[in-house]
Design a protein around this ligand. Structure first.
Ligand SMILES: Cc1ncc(COP(=O)(O)O)c(C=O)c1O
Length: 370
């Protein structure tokens, strides 16, 4: 079957940016600044401004960002870190790799982010951090989460890996927690040409700790103050990201316009639950996920009509074999589990055309059961 609408198509974006990208490659090649260096430093200052944060630090991936954020906060063996179960495994993995235990809180049925009503009872004396995940490009209810976190003196680490440029009451993702974590995986709203990530923070001490940890614990050249890792960002990724960052805001606006178009076309379709945008913020629609019954059959039927959809994510983390040791059973987080059965992510990228959106919606309506 020929693909009429892919889930994501990066080719058009890259063709438009080709002269700038080629120039960036040439500059990196000529300077041989491949690991860390001036291109990383430049991207870091540009990304910090974009995120309304004091500092940004380039790292190897979003997973590295969360892991280093937790390490820099001193999270370790025997600690607990609270997050949500409806994410990629990476967030829980980063917690586990620190030696801590992930503790899950169910999600809100409308925003698909951490439901603050369940947060307080998940906090124990072992809780060392709370990681709200800004799922699909929409921020969690940060005021409510912050109020609970402050009462317990627990730092918030934002997982903003899907939320570059998303806002909460006018403040950008990554600027509200003690640390913000970003992924620049190629398909993200800001995507590298491979793996890359970043941390944002307001705190000079945290910045210094992450700077050392990402570079084998070096506080200064050849002086290792702690045991770290190699989690540096490549110069070539930073140069690509600087080029793409200039178009990020425009890309996010186009995504919002596409989401509105989908919303309008689906408004009269009772078999589809559309995403809702919380009044407190700006959604950046990394993913436009609807909810439908009999999702796997709808997914297959759409593929047969030439529309590639995706599922983010079919099995919540607490039900994955890797986390079987937590002893959590189906039913532990009913909202996350129901959403995992129903989520269907429709094609979404800035270059999507109005007639492609119409084609997707027609294919969806034809693919739904009664
Ligand atoms: C919410 C979330 N957290 C963490 C990650 C991990 O980022 P990376 O793939 O760059 O390691 C991702 C990326 O898919 C993500 O979407």
């Amino acid at each position: 079957m020929t693909v009429r609408v892919p889930f994501v198509d990066l080719r058009v974006q890259h063709e438009t940016l080709m002269p700038e990208l080629m120039d960036a490659f040439r500059q990196v090649t000529e300077s041989s600044a491949f690991a860390g260096g001036p291109f990383v430093a430049q991207f870091e200052s540009e990304f910090a401004v974009f995120c309304q944060s004091q500092y940004a630090l380039g790292v190897g991936s979003g997973t590295d960002a969360i892991w280093l954020a937790l390490l820099s906060l001193g999270v370790g063996q025997g600690d607990e870190v609270i997050t949500t179960p409806n994410a990629v495994l990476a967030t829980a993995e980063a917690i586990s790799i620190c030696g801590a235990r992930p503790v899950f809180v169910d999600i809100d049925e409308r925003t698909y982010t951490m439901d603050p009503r369940h947060l307080e009872r998940a906090i124990t004396l072992r809780t060392q951090a709370i990681i709200p995940v800004h799922s699909f490009g929409q921020m969690a209810d940060m005021d409510a989460i912050q109020a609970i976190a402050s009462r317990h003196g627990t730092p918030i680490v934002e997982d903003a890996c899907q939320a570059h440029g998303a806002e909460y009451k006018g403040r950008r993702a990554g600027s509200l927690g003690v640390v913000g974590c970003f992924s620049f995986y190629p398909g993200k709203n800001l995507g590298a040409f491979g793996e890359a990530g970043a941390i944002t923070t307001e705190e000079p001490d945290l910045r210094a700790r992450v700077q050392a940890l990402r570079d084998h614990g070096q506080a200064a050249k050849n002086l290792h103050s702690t045991i770290g890792w190699n989690a540096r960002m490549d110069g070539i990724q930073a140069a690509v990201l600087s080029v793409k960052l200039r178009r990020l805001e425009e890309g996010n606006q186009l995504r919002r316009a596409h989401a509105r178009h989908y919303d309008e076309l689906l408004a009269d379709e009772p078999r589809v639950t559309r995403p809702s945008v919380a009044p407190y913020g700006k959604h950046v629609f990394h993913i436009y996920a609807v909810r439908v019954q009999d999702r796997d059959r709808v997914l297959e039927r759409m593929a047969a009509k030439g529309v590639n959809c995706a599922v983010h994510y079919p099995l919540p983390i607490h039900l994955q074999k890797a986390y079987g040791f937590l002893g959590l059973r189906p039913g532990a987080f009913p909202v996350a589990e129901r959403c995992a059965r129903e989520f269907l992510s429709l094609p979404m990228y800035p270059e999507l055309k109005p007639d492609e959106i119409e084609f997707v919606v027609d294919a969806l309506k034809d693919s739904l059961g009664d």
